[in-house]
Write a protein that binds this ligand. Structure first.
Ligand code: NAP
Length: 254
């Protein structure tokens, strides 16, 4: 069975590594091509968007894909929606890997908001020095804020409008708690803005904020498309793929 893993995340790489070479499975990974120097998964990789739902559906059919695992970042909503539609049209089984969301711990001062625009509005209640760790996309939601100074951290430079007062910090996690505490103090940060990505790669900033007693604006994840099954771990996804391969094998014998 040919399998498409929609990747770009650590989980996608782990799943490709743990299923490549597995009897009965042929894995192809896909990356959006957003990051200039991506960590590549094991096995065949294609890079770049498919060109929307219909082209994705055509690609799945042409490549004879028997199952899809969407292991992209929890905030990659568009590809998730497109994939749900395309796989449903072809009757291809689809699974979403969604690592557990972060949860507030004692000592945390979180404000949860539904999207980046709401995060920008929420900032009026806090101090002037903001640590923005939402990745490269979506920084434009803060471009109209002229009072605050922003420390913007991302892997690659954000495109489009940026807030007038800012410093750009281009770097890739994982980050250590001590380094995050030092960064918060060095830049005299008053408040953090983060997406609820979950996972341990970028969690250190939350631990650092707790230690420093700083407020954090946390953007909630987008809603999962209707009817899509989700699991939390790579191991669960691997088991699902093996079960799906057996079922597809039985169907082809019948
Ligand atoms: P998105 O809004 O869901 O996707 C936008 C478009 O990018 C999709 O419609 C699709 O283009 C293309 N795309 C996204 N993921 C793809 C994949 N794995 N393979 C092929 N095409 C893909 O996603 P995004 O926020 O741009 O995220 C893109 C990538 O960055 C993903 O791999 C994600 O895991 C990673 N990432 C995202 C975030 C975040 O916060 N959003 C953070 C860290 C890493 P077509 O419509 O042309 O097919």
């Amino acid at each position: 069975m040919r399998v498409l893993i929609l990747g770009g995340s650590q989980e996608a790489r782990e799943l490709a590594a743990s299923t490549s070479g597995e009897r009965g499975l042929e894995i192809v990974s896909s990356l959006a091509g957003r990051v200039r120097d991506p960590h590549l998964p094991e096995g065949p990789v294609r890079i770049g968007g498919f060109g929307g739902t219909e082209k994705l559906r055509d690609w799945l059919a042409a490549e004879d894909i028997g199952a899809v695992v969407n292991a992209t970042h929890p905030f990659a909503a568009r590809i998730g929606a497109n994939t749900a539609v395309a796989t449903a049209a072809l009757g291809i089984p689809l699974l979403r890997i969604l690592r557990p969301a972060w949860s507030e711990q004692p000592g945390d001062r979180w404000t949860r908001v539904t999207d980046l625009d709401a995060a920008a509005r929420a900032l009026t209640a806090f101090g002037d020095r903001v640590f923005l760790t939402i990745g490269r996309q979506g920084v434009g939601a803060f471009a109209g804020l002229t009072r605050q100074w922003f420390l913007i951290r991302a892997i690659d430079p954000p495109e489009g409008a940026l807030p007038p007062k800012h410093e750009l910090l281009l770097t890739r996690g994982p980050f250590a708690v001590d380094d995050e505490i030092a960064l918060l103090s060095d830049r005299r940060i008053d408040v953090l803005v983060t997406k609820d990505s979950g996972g341990d790669q970028t969690e250190a900033k939350l631990v650092a904020a707790r230690a420093a007693g700083l407020p954090v604006v946390v953007v909630d994840r987008p809603v999962l498309p209707e009817g899509v099954t989700a699991v939390e771990t790579v191991e669960q996804a691997r088991e699902w793929l093996l079960r799906t391969a057996v079922r597809s094998d039985q169907d082809s014998i019948r």
